[in-house]
Design a protein around this ligand. Structure first.
Ligand SMILES: Nc1ncnc2c1ncn2[C@@H]1O[C@H](COP(=O)(O)OP(=O)(O)OP(=O)(O)O)[C@@H](O)[C@H]1O
Ligand SMILES: [Mg+2]
Length: 275
């Protein structure tokens, strides 16, 4: 029987047809001789919201950077609507409809909100007014505060500006690296709701998330990466209830911190003989 988490059916649950964005057997890394991605596969179909989860250091950010031409792909291929875009430069990818929001340093702090968004549209300045209006529809707060410097915004507000800037070029597909990182629980929920809203507005989305449960709740499909390779994949809600995925990647929350502490102490007691 094949399950949604069958290691061999890496695109389980994906719609039929050619994906909008495809990463096939990607091998990539930073230092000579050290591969961080060891044959990664990812498909995003038009209109999909696709999640990437996995432990720290698994290569999630590296995968997004490899898709966006920021890390050299050593073998394998990235295609956009069937055309090869492997190792294409980020600026040419932006022109072709790929947007990327990195986790950190994603706004120009000394510029105002409006100027940040102008930077997002620098390849098509004549579109600024039209796009600005469309984006203020999704993020009303940005319109009201357009003259405020981005450096004076909270983490959640900066994340909003960064997403809005990537949307200025009207991308077909948006790559988001941990949009909820560093935010309070309420702001995290807002980041997920915003991501969904962008997707519902017709943008295909790839979202990398540390908050794996929330990510699986909102995405159509997800890939679990481990050590630079695909570990599990399938529809988000199915992965969320898969006992193996829970055990290895989601964890079961102890009822109480004190219970978890007691359990750890008990384990430690078994490991270390009396001294
Ligand atoms: N610029 C770099 N130069 C060299 N090695 C790097 C660089 N960036 C990341 N790495 C290494 O690549 C590996 C994967 O990192 P990556 O940032 O892709 O992981 P991640 O899954 O996004 O982790 P996290 O959940 O912590 O964000 C790590 O071992 C990291 O040390
Ligand atoms: Mg990362």
């Amino acid at each position: 029987m094949s399950t949604t988490t069958d290691r061999h059916d890496v695109h389980a649950g994906a719609p039929a047809g050619e994906p909008l964005l495809r990463a096939a057997d990607l091998v990539a890394g930073y230092l000579p001789g050290v591969n961080i991605l060891n044959g990664c596969n990812l498909d995003v179909h038009e209109g999909e919201l696709v999640g990437i989860i996995g432990p720290n250091g698994a290569g999630k950010s590296t995968l997004l950077k490899a898709l966006f031409g920021l890390v050299k792909v050593r073998s394998g291929a990235v295609t956009l609507a069937g055309e090869d875009i492997t190792n294409h430069r980020a600026d040419s990818l932006v022109r072709r409809g790929v947007g990327f929001v990195p986790q950190n340093n994603n706004v120009f702090p000394s510029l105002t909100i409006e100027e940040n968004l102008q930077m997002g549209a620098f390849q098509a300045p004549s579109k600024f007014t039209e796009r600005f209006e469309a984006i203020v529809d999704i993020f009303p707060a940005l319109g009201e505060r357009r003259r405020q410097r981005a450096g004076s915004l909270s983490g959640g507000e900066r994340q909003m500006v960064a997403m809005a800037r990537a949307l200025m070029m009207d991308p077909q597909v948006l790559l988001l690296d941990e949009p909820s990182a560093g935010l309070s629980p309420v702001r995290q929920d807002e980041a997920f709701i915003r991501t969904r809203k962008i997707n519902k507005a017709g943008v295909s989305v790839v979202i990398v998330e540390q908050n794996a449960r929330r990510c699986l709740q909102i995405c159509d499909r997800a890939y679990v990466l481990d050590q630079g390779a695909n570990a599990y994949s399938g529809p988000g809600r199915q992965l969320m209830h898969d006992p193996k995925v829970i055990e290895l990647y989601l964890g079961t929350l102890a009822e109480d911190v004190a219970d978890a502490e007691a359990e750890q102490d008990a384990q430690r007691g078994q490991e270390t003989p009396e001294s």
